[in-house]
Write a protein that binds this ligand. Structure first.
Ligand SMILES: [Zn+2]
Length: 185
């Protein structure tokens, strides 16, 4: 995975040549492990903060809805990168293309949702530049102002989507009618 993430990263990094690396946050999510014992290995360490429990809950809910019964998930890594939540996972064994796409979609949604919640406490947050990129609420921001929100646009299987906050889902981007040439806005 995946072009979508690459484009997100590029947009975030534009004009930002260098960043400090922050220390890893490791979290055990016992509630999630109890709720999704078939999806999360018991010894899994999550390399992100505890504030993203709800985002991960939605992710595993999406995945369990997408996986055919009897198909297991290979969950390799869950981690924070450039401020947002990343998941490396794939189905074990052969599955249809639509199942692969549904898992990709769940990963993208987890990433986009994570921009909205403080990684530390889970309250509404924004991406901020604290020498490293981080999603924080006001209380955990250490005074770092919010960055402009990510536009939430990604491409999956050749279709351009954007994240709709109200629907909490990806919706296809409608092509805008071309503006007549020579007119000014
Ligand atoms: Zn917070």
């Amino acid at each position: 995975m995946n072009e979508a993430f690459t484009s997100i990263l590029l947009s975030l990094q534009a004009g930002v040549p260098w960043r400090k690396v922050k220390g890893f946050q490791m979290t055990d999510f016992p509630n999630l492990k109890t709720k999704y014992p078939d999806l999360i290995p018991a010894r899994m360490d999550f390399e992100c903060g505890p504030g993203w429990e709800k985002v991960l809950d939605k992710y595993f809910g999406d995945v369990s809805a997408a996986l055919p019964s009897g198909t297991r998930l290979r969950l390799d890594k869950v981690y924070e990168k450039y401020g947002s939540l990343r998941v490396d996972a794939m189905p074990e064994g052969a599955v249809t293309r639509s199942v692969h796409l549904a898992l990709d979609r769940a990963e993208v949604l987890a990433d986009l949702r994570s921009y909205r919640y403080c990684e530390t406490c889970g309250k509404p947050g924004s991406l901020r530049d604290k020498s490293w990129l981080s999603v924080d609420c006001e209380a955990h921001a250490n005074g770092a102002p919010p960055l402009p929100p990510h536009d939430g646009r990604i491409t999956l299987d050749g279709v351009a989507y954007e994240y709709d906050e109200g629907l909490d889902d990806l919706v296809p981007i409608k092509r805008r009618a071309k503006r007549p040439t020579g007119t000014k806005r």
